[in-house]
Design a protein around this ligand. Structure first.
Ligand code: NAI
Ligand SMILES: O=CC(=O)O
Length: 321
């Protein structure tokens, strides 16, 4: 019988699917696992099901022998896993792309709208009983319809944001991607690929980050890159906190280098930089990108699908290389 270790609770339907696949050790405690607990779990299970908040780094992996084991991640991003070290230890790894694409794109649009139209600030004012009543220059924001949306990366989530931006809000879509994007993909949302990241930063009213975390993208958006943005522009991050130098972002906001930011992810979750918490011109969400019942069930079912492929000795549905 397959021994499955589940680090966090999932929605019931998804847990039932997992129960049908083996003997599940399911943690009910929502405290993150320590490095030692992660090691014990990895050593004892055939299939280990972590989430983004379980850091499986070289320290955790150490000299573990994971030959023939599956690390079936509940989530799309895998930068919390040292994939090279896990593979070297013998494991195969899967994730859950596609099923969370729309949900996360919705949150990117939510952040764009909320920060541009000062929704959080307005709600706080109203709840505090400080709303002076309607007047012509009260809390004026930036118009989203017809503005320029710059997408950093053009994978699944970025394409879904482009569709929403172009078709729903008549936005002009600019794309920066490390490799050329197929013309039909660009045409589907009247997008244009620019040659350099700096060109995109200089032109966009909203810069949305949609690339993986990890070493290669660490602090891609640093002080210098923030300086390339328009002072009226907003930074939107639903990717990974590490893509942005958070201290540099706070400084840029303090100095009026950019107009604001909408953030779903942070460098050291769940800690959030104090300089962000105090600001009115940022919208901060607690990593809610995939947080709908429909999507979280679908993610669990996708983990189960990957486990079934692994049990059958077939290629994984969603292999992570
Ligand atoms: N906020 C949230 O709850 C969620 C966040 N995410 C994050 O969003 C990321 C993107 O997800 P998808 O669009 O599904 O991924 P994807 O794999 O479909 O697209 C990734 C894009 O990033 C580009 N890319 C990859 N490595 C790069 C590098 N080193 N430098 C520059 N560009 C690079 C690829 O060319 C591609 O355009 C995930 O890796 C994850 O970290 C994903 C789901 C939910
Ligand atoms: O951040 C969430 C993910 O699935 O990646």
């Amino acid at each position: 019988m397959t021994r499955i270790f589940q680090t966090r609770r999932w929605p019931d339907t998804a847990e039932q699917a997992l129960d049908g696949l083996g003997d599940v050790e399911r943690r009910t405690d929502d405290r993150p696992l320590s490095a030692r607990e992660l090691r014990v779990g990895l050593a004892s299970a055939d299939v280990f099901c972590p989430t983004v908040s379980d850091t499986i780094d070289a320290l955790v992996l150490g000299d573990l022998d994971l030959s023939g084991k599956l690390i079936a991640n509940f989530g799309a991003g895998t930068s919390h896993i040292d994939v090279a070290a896990a593979r070297a230890a013998g494991a195969v790894i899967s994730n859950t792309p596609d099923v969370l694409t729309d949900c996360t794109a919705d949150v990117a649009m939510l952040l764009i709208l909320a920060v541009a139209r000062r929704a959080g600030e307005g709600e706080r004012q109203l709840r505090a009983g400080a709303w002076p009543g309607w007047h012509p220059i009260h809390m004026m924001g930036k118009q989203v319809s017809g503005s320029v949306l710059g997408l950093v990366g053009f994978g699944r989530i970025a394409q879904a944001i482009a569709q929403r931006g172009a078709k729903g809000f008549g936005m002009e879509i600019l794309v920066w991607n490390r490799s050329p994007v197929a013309s039909e993909l660009l045409a589907a949302c009247a997008a244009r690929q620019v040659g350099t990241l700096d060109e995109l930063l200089a032109r966009a009213d909203f810069v949305s980050l949609n690339i993986p975390g990890g070493q290669q993208t660490h602090h891609l958006i640093d002080a210098g890159r923030l300086q390339k943005m328009k002072p009226t522009a907003f930074l939107i991050n639903t990717a990974r906190g590490t893509v942005v130098d958070e201290a540099a972002l706070v400084q840029a906001l303090d100095q009026g280098v950019i107009a604001g930011a909408g953030l779903d992810v942070f460098e050291e979750e769940p800690r959030v930089h104090a300089g962000l918490l105090q600001r009115e011109n940022v919208v901060l969400l607690p990593h809610l990108g995939s947080a709908t019942m429909e999507t979280r069930v679908a993610m669990g079912l996708r983990v189960a699908e990957n486990i079934r492929h692994w049990q059958a000795g077939e290629p994984l549905r969603d292999p992570v290389a």
